[in-house]
Structure formats: C-alpha cells, structure tokens
Design a protein around this ligand. Sequence first.
Ligand SMILES: Nc1ncnc2c1ncn2[C@@H]1O[C@H](COP(=O)(O)OP(=O)(O)OP(=O)(O)O)[C@@H](O)[C@H]1O
Ligand SMILES: [Mg+2]
Length: 255
Amino acid sequence: MALLEVTGLTKYYNKDAPALKDVTFSVKKGEFVAVIGPSGSGKTTLIRCINRLIEATEGKIKYSKAGDMLALRGRELRQARTGLGMIFQHYNLVSRLSVLENVLHGRLGYKGPLAGIFGIYTEEEKAKAVEVLTLLGLEDFMYRRCDQLSGGQKQRVGIARALVQDPRMILCDEPISSLDPGSAKVIMDYLRKVQREMGITIFINLHQVDVARKYAGRILGFNKGKLVFDGPAEELKNKQIKEIYGTEADDLILN
Ligand SMILES: Nc1ncnc2c1ncn2[C@@H]1O[C@H](COP(=O)(O)OP(=O)(O)OP(=O)(O)O)[C@@H](O)[C@H]1O
Ligand SMILES: [Mg+2]
C-alpha cells in the first residue's frame, strides 16, 4: 500500500505558468526517492504542498493514516505534520539554543501550547533525543549551542530533530546544497542508514544527479512543473537527463 499518494497536483502562485502541473505519483513505505530538476522546476513547491506549508491549487495528497492532507485543519494538521519529518538546506535551527533543545523541538507537535512554551519534556522524550543524537554521532555535542557547530553537524542535528518526531517519512529540501562534498556524503550516508535500519521513507530534493543515482532507489524528474521521469535510478540515462534538464544537461551527461 502507498504511504504517500499525490494525484493531479497543480500549484499556481499567480497567473503565470503553474509551478506544478497535474503531478501524479505515489511512494511506498521504506522507499528512498530523489526529486531532481533544474532550478525553478517545482521541487521545493512540491515538498511544501505535501506538508501544507503552502496550499495546492488543485489535486489530492493522501499521506499514511492522516488521509487527505488537503482537508486537514488545526490540531489534525499539526499531528499529520508531526508524523512527517522535514529537513532544510539552511537547517532551520534556533542558533542560541543547545543541540539537545533543538532536537527536543521535534516533539513540540505532540504537546499542548503550554508544555511547549515552558519547554516541558518527559524523561522518555529526553532519552529518545539522546538516543538519536548518539545514533548521529553527536553525543559529545548535546549541550553545545547550535551556532558553534559546522554545517555538517548542524544538518545532523536537523536529522535528529526530524527523527524524534517518530516520522514515517522525512521530506528533505536540498539538505546537502550548503555542504562540502565530504560533509554531504556523511549526511547522505546517515539518511540511507535511517531508511535501511529504521524503515523510514526518504523523499529528497537534490541538485546533484550523481548523488541521486547513488542513493535513491527511485527518481522523480521535473521540468517546468511537470513530472517528466518516474522510475528506478538505473533507468535514468542521458536521454532522460536531457528531458529533465533541457539545455542545461550538457554538464550532467554521464560518461
Ligand atoms: N512564493 C512564490 N511566489 C511566486 N512564485 C513562486 C514562489 N515560490 C516559487 N515560485 C515559482 O515557482 C516555480 C517553482 O519554484 P520552486 O522553488 O519550487 O523550484 P525548485 O525546483 O525548488 O528550484 P531550486 O532548484 O532553485 O530550489 C518557479 O518558477 C518560482 O519562481
Ligand atoms: Mg528549491
């Protein structure tokens, strides 16, 4: 059964051409799916429509037990979002807070507003935060302020924060675009570990075709808001890369 089902998704920001046009695909539990496409092809718009950071113009999005994402309001929407982790290019951490406090923020969606404001977390939540920080090799950094970390360490905190939410799927919007190749590899390897060992579905926007091919089982290729490729990574050949990237493709052609 599909974990995520997107049907006929269309997004107009204004009267210009749509940012997404009649997009249909589904994702199964445990898949590692990479979304590629040139700048402006709609990758970020897609992720933001899925977790309702922006509203789709038309279409259906079904996610796990939450059902129709587009129909959810208030508490139900908060709950659905909590079951859907999110990792960002610029980490979105609170820089003056510690690593541990940032990770615990992943639990806020499960709390009432007061417990959230006062930063009241259960012993179980704290233990879980320490567990995921250890899994990500950050056990020695728990009490350090986030503005004292490297980019790669910040992104590992971002993954830890997503993991304490107990998500079935993590949406990642270019999580390695601000990192050097070495740190990028560390992050991709952790995401693979999360997928393989915890069975969490990874849905990731990437600019690097080679990284997408190396890590993803399946690739979705976008061009001008249209889904022009949906298939296993092995089927992404030069012909498909040209279809996705158009005239920008020359630098990306595989040897
Ligand atoms: N808030 C907005 N208002 C109006 N248009 C927008 C807005 N956000 C994005 N767009 C437009 O929607 C299209 C898709 O943008 P989107 O950011 O989803 O692309 P992307 O594939 O993520 O690009 P990049 O690789 O550069 O991150 C672009 O034409 C963009 O200009
Ligand atoms: Mg983007």
